[in-house]
Design a protein around this ligand. Structure first.
Ligand code: CP3
Length: 339
C-alpha cells in the first residue's frame, strides 16, 4: 500500500492526514543533543552514519509519516564556493556576495564530488526504514540567495534588496546560478532515493508581489518543473508570503506548505484563484503552540484538521519546531492528529 504521505502529496484525501514536522530532527530531542555533543554541526551533516542516525531519531521515537534527510540549507552554498560557519548566533558566511565581481567566486558543483554525504545519508535512511518515505530538501533560490548576500540570517534583508534594486542583472544571475546548482543537487538526492523534495523559501515573506514576479517566480518555477520531471512530488514552503499565494500558484508545486498566518481554507482559495490545478496543502500549526497548554493546543489542531479536509492534507507546523518544545507536547500533537 502507498504510504499516506505520498498519497497526500498527489492531492488525494487520506483516512487521516499524514504528519511530519519541519526541523523534526533537532535540539528539542534529548537523543539529538547527545549526538551533537560529540561533533560539530557541520561534521554531523557530513558524516552519513551520524546524519542518518539524526534523520531516523524522530521516526524511531514518534513514528512520523515521513523522514527528512538531516542536512542544512547552507550545504550547497559551501559547495558553490562560499565559506560557511555555524556559530552560537547561527550561520555566518564571512565573504558574502554583494556585486557582480563577488559573483565570480560562485560556481556550480557536481553533487557526487562535493556533497556525496547527502546522497549517502539518504541511501542509508532508505535502507533502514521499512515504508516511511524519505524527503530530500534544499533552500529555494531566493532564500539561499539571502544567505549568500546577507552573510547570515537576515533581519531587514536590506543588502539583498539593495542588490535587487541597484544591480538587477547581478541579482538575476545570482538566482539563476543558485537554481542551476540546486537542480543538480536535488536530482542527485532523488537518484539516491529521495521520494519527495521540499523547497524551503523561509524568508520569501520579506518581498512584495513585484519582486516575486520580476526576480523569483521564474527560477523557482523552472526548478520545480525540473524536479517534477524526475518523477517526485515537490513541496514548496513560501513562508510569510500568503498574501501572494495567487501568484505563487504559477510555480505549479504539488504541495504548498502554509504558515500559521492564514487558515488552510483561505490558502486553498487563494491558490485556486491563481489557477492552481490539483495540489495538496501542508501545515499549519504555529510551532509556538507546542509551548501552550494542552487545551489551547488541541483546539487549534482540531481547527486545522477541519480546514485541511478538502484536498490532500499533510499535517505539519507552520515553521520549524522550537528547541525548547517539550517532547510530551509533540506526543499530544501526534495522538490528536491520529484520533
Ligand atoms: O528538518 C529536519 O529535521 C532536517 C534538518 C534541517 C536542518 N536545517 C538542521 C539544522 C533542515 C531541513 C534545515 C533547513 C534550514 N536550515 C532552513 C530552512 C528551514 C527553516 O527553518 O526556515 C534554514 C533557514 C536553515 C539555516 C540554519 N541552519 C539556521 C538559520 C540555523 C541556526 C538556527 C537554529 O535553528 O539553530 C541552522 C542550524 C541548524 N540546522 C540546526 C539544525 C538541527 C541546529 C544546529 C545545532 O545542532 O547546533
Amino acid at each position: 500500500m502507498e504510504p499516506l504521505f505520498l498519497t497526500a502529496c498527489r492531492g488525494l484525501a487520506t483516512p487521516r492526514p499524514p504528519i511530519w514536522l519541519m526541523r523534526q530532527a533537532g535540539r528539542y530531542l534529548p537523543e539529538y543533543r547527545e549526538l551533537r555533543r560529540q561533533v560539530t554541526f557541520l561534521e554531523l551533516c557530513k558524516t552519513p552514519a551520524l546524519a542518518c542516525t539524526a534523520t531516523l531519531q524522530p521516526i524511531r521515537r514518534f513514528g512520523l509519516d515521513a523522514a527528512i534527510v538531516f542536512s542544512d540549507l547552507l550545504v550547497p552554498l559551501e559547495a558553490m564556493g562560499l565559506r560557511v560557519e555555524f556559530t552560537e548566533q547561527g550561520p555566518a558566511l564571512p565573504e558574502p556576495i554583494r556585486s557582480a565581481a563577488d559573483l565570480a567566486r560562485l560556481h556550480v558543483f557536481d553533487p557526487l564530488q562535493a556533497t556525496p554525504f547527502v546522497g549517502e545519508t539518504i541511501k542509508r535512511a532508505r535502507d533502514q526504514l521499512d515504508a516511511t518515505p524519505v524527503i530530500g530538501f534544499a533552500g529555494a533560490p531566493f532564500t539561499v540567495a539571502t544567505y549568500a548576500v546577507e552573510g547570515k540570517t537576515g533581519k531587514s534583508f536590506l543588502e539583498t534588496k539593495k542588490l535587487f534594486y541597484r544591480e538587477p542583472e547581478t541579482a538575476h544571475r545570482l538566482l539563476d546560478l543558485i537554481a542551476t546548482a540546486t537542480r543538480a543537487y536535488l536530482l542527485a538526492q532523488i537518484a539516491a532515493g529521495a521520494q519527495a523534495i521540499q523547497l524551503f523559501d523561509s524568508w520569501l515573506g520579506v518581498l512584495g508581489p513585484e519582486e516575486w514576479d520580476e526576480f523569483v517566480c521564474a527560477p523557482t518555477r523552472d526548478l520545480v518543473a525540473a524536479i517534477k520531471s524526475a518523477g517526485v512530488p515537490v513541496i514548496y514552503f513560501p513562508n510569510g508570503a500568503t498574501t501572494i499565494l495567487d501568484r505563487i500558484a504559477r510555480i505549479e508545486a504539488d504541495v504548498y506548505s502554509i504558515d500559521w498566518r492564514i487558515p488552510l481554507g483561505q490558502a486553498r482559495a487563494r491558490l485556486r484563484a491563481g489557477g492552481a490545478g490539483t495540489f495538496a496543502l501542508q501545515g499549519n500549526l504555529d510551532p509556538a503552540l507546542l509551548l501552550a497548554p494542552p487545551l489551547r493546543l488541541r483546539a487549534q489542531i482540531g481547527k486545522i484538521l477541519e480546514e485541511g479536509a478538502g484536498t490532500g492534507h499533510i499535517f505539519n507546523l507552520g515553521h520549524g519546531i522550537y528547541p525548547e518544545t517539550p517532547v510530551e507536547n509533540v506526543e499530544l500533537l501526534l495522538r490528536t492528529v491520529r484520533g
